[in-house]
Design a protein around this ligand. Structure first.
Ligand code: SF4
Length: 434
């Protein structure tokens, strides 16, 4: 099943742009795919402004225009969020029938969850987002696809049904793509696939590829994503000890999907909570300062409360710095859809909340530990009001950013600068460029 798509129209000040980014991150984590224009989107969000009369008029005009687009795209949902909604909730309800759903300020990080609950849209599992569908679009980072398809046959996943069998992209093509991107100003590439560690059939082939990407002039950072948590990823990490790979950022994205062995076996996946914790520890040992992103799928048929407790314990002890939580939904054509003991959506939603709350503790402890430290960060955007940067430990548009005051010297997107971290919000950091 293809995941629903979204488009965000942002009005108003730079703060709104940051809030829209937070919504994008939340929607991506829920599996929604960004489109390039409102008329292609299943969900069109308008991040509104109500600062002065002109801004209010612009918001209403934008809603009316969006209503016309919606008429042509019968199934599209129109969502109004932000300052206008916060200030004029009653007006929105009474006078803007174009709007299907609205919410105010301060909960942008929950956009994915709110929209899922409002419209009951289910997403494709282990979606290709947040990274796969991303384009360079003048940004200093871009995804580079290294393979497509998957042979693993996880019992909840429909991806092999529509992406097909695993196949590599030849290394020469990947290098040519990296060279093209670097010539356009891209400074970070992240290697995407459904199953990265199967590249070339053996871990050494993946390492050889990453070594070749190191030679591309102009790239600063290389990011490894979609590393299935098995022995091949362990061998890739071990192999990095003996190779010189300074451009590989200290980051591991490895979707464990669950921490209870009985659920993992029912999902037709390998591993255990102990082995996953060892894998995270190995990554942190091989790449000092490494941060881990993982994903967990809750509500697989037969999952019990005790299984969810194992997930909670795993999160509390293995401490992945970043976590994407997905609700199980039966996908046509997969073995999971045929299983008895399907779990009610409200129970799954409750389990998601439980695990999320454990992870919030892990995350805030981690963010607090960063205050006072200095990182070499990449400039993602720079304006007269604000500089948006990223630490190597944060993947573009999936993880947090660092907000800093502009410096007197001109900064360009893709520049590397040192930033001392001075504070944090729920996901993002604030810092001072040194
Ligand atoms: S590894 Fe499993 S979950 Fe991931 S794409 Fe392949 S079949 Fe789907």
């Amino acid at each position: 099943m293809k995941s629903p798509s979204y488009y965000i129209t942002t009005l108003g000040c730079p703060k709104n742009q940051a809030d829209s980014r937070e919504m994008e991150r939340s929607l991506s984590q829920e599996g929604y795919i960004r489109t390039d224009s409102a008329d292609q989107a299943d969900v069109h969000l308008i991040n509104s402004c109500a600062f002065i009369e002109d801004a209010r008029v612009e918001t209403i005009r934008t809603v009316l225009d969006a209503g016309k687009v919606k008429k042509k795209h019968k199934k599209q949902k129109l969502v109004l969020v932000g300052c206008f909604t916060e200030r004029y909730a009653d007006t929105v309800r009474a006078e803007l029938p174009e709007i299907d759903f609205s919410f105010g300020t301060g909960i942008y990080h929950k956009a994915g969850e709110l929209i899922r609950n409002a419209f009951g849209l289910s997403v494709g599992l282990e979606p290709v987002s947040p990274f796969f569908e991303m384009q360079a679009q003048g940004k200093p980072y871009a995804p580079v696809k290294i393979s497509d398809g998957c042979d693993r046959g996880c019992s909840f996943c429909a991806i092999p049904l529509f992406r097909g069998k695993f196949r590599d992209i030849p290394a020469d093509e990947i290098i040519a793509e990296c060279e093209r991107l670097a010539a356009q100003g891209v400074r970070e590439v992240f290697l995407v696939s459904q199953d990265s560690n199967s590249y070339g059939g053996k871990p050494e082939a993946y390492l050889d590829l990453v070594e070749r990407i190191h030679e591309v002039q102009g790239l600063h950072w290389i990011r490894m994503l979609y590393m299935y948590p098995d022995g091949k990823t362990e061998r890739i990490l071990e192999g990095m000890r003996t190779r010189s790979m300074p451009k590989v950022v200290p980051y591991l994205e490895s979707p464990v999907q669950h921490a209870s062995e009985s659920v993992l076996r029912a999902m037709r996946r390998i591993g255990s909570s102990e082995r996953f914790a060892d894998l995270f520890a190995l990554a942190r040992d091989v790449m000092p300062g490494c941060e881990v992103r993982t994903s967990i799928l809750l509500g697989f048929p037969g999952e019990t409360d005790a299984d969810v407790e194992k997930v909670e314990q795993f999160i509390a002890t293995a401490k992945p710095e970043k976590l994407a939580l997905f609700s199980y939904s039966p996908e046509e054509g997969t073995p999971g859809a045929e299983m008895s003991a399907q779990i009610a959506p409200e129970i799954i939603a409750d389990r998601i909340r439980r695990v999320q709350s454990v992870h919030r503790g892990v995350q805030s402890e981690h963010l607090r530990s960063l205050v006072g430290t200095t990182f070499t960060c990449m400039v993602d955007e720079s304006s007269a009001e604000e500089v948006v940067l990223r630490r190597p430990q944060d993947a573009p548009e999936a993880d947090g950013v660092v907000y800093a005051e502009p410096k007197s010297r001109l900064l360009h997107s893709g520049d590397l600068v040192n930033v001392e971290i001075t504070g944090f919000t729920e996901y993002d950091l604030t810092g001072v460029i040194t």
